[in-house]
Design a protein around this ligand. Sequence first.
Ligand code: ADP
Ligand code: MG
Length: 233
Amino acid sequence: MIEIKDLHKSYKVGKNSLHVLKGINFSVKEGELVSIMGSSGSGKSTLLNILGMLDEADQGSYNLDGVPIKNLNEKLAAQYRNKFLGFIFQSFNLINYKTALDNVALPLYYQGLPRGERMDRAMSYLEKVGLADWATHLPNELSGGQKQRVAIARALASHPKVLLADELTGALDTKTSYEIMDLVQQINDEGKTILVVTHEEDIAQMTKRIVNLKDGVIIDDKKVEPIRASAHV
Ligand code: ADP
Ligand code: MG
């Protein structure tokens, strides 16, 4: 599903260049639940942004579902993002003046789905994350965990091949984090490929494979028996 080879990325900082990703090689197969773990500043978000086509590498190759991702113009990149990827962020990134339902439905508008279909699909994903009763509420009427559930419903609604989550539990307390990871595990059980970036060991242990990033290099990549989040909620 994802294949990257010898990926490098530097940022310009003043007159200097900061080498953040120093030759990353890894691949993710369909149906995997993988975490990229590392301390703050190790390059996790930089890597995820490249995988999400929000940024480009300086060197190396990236194939997504067999499609080489290189030199795409913004329009094509946006098309591929919509077709292949669902995003979940630490800060939820919901639109404050839209209801939960409209937040979930909005990306489907950009995909050109007719209104009836958008609303039906959005509602079915709100049901899936347990928020059917909250459909007409605004984000500021929801708890952090509920906001993240809306964001997960929104990410799933466009039927992405891969879910990319950057510190998705970073703004949540421990119990709520585990409830969200329980949902993530359920979605993976149904076959969705999911990549979770986290600096939290206990969150990484709820995935099936932990890729350890340190100073822009993968220092460890191992399959693990995931701890079931449901045992902790
Ligand atoms: P992580 O997500 O693991 O905390 P990041 O990928 O966000 O790490 O950042 C890795 C390094 O790159 C950090 O030193 C950070 O300060 C730097 N960095 C990230 N984004 C930029 C940017 N747009 N410009 C300059 N430096 C950046
Ligand atoms: Mg980060």
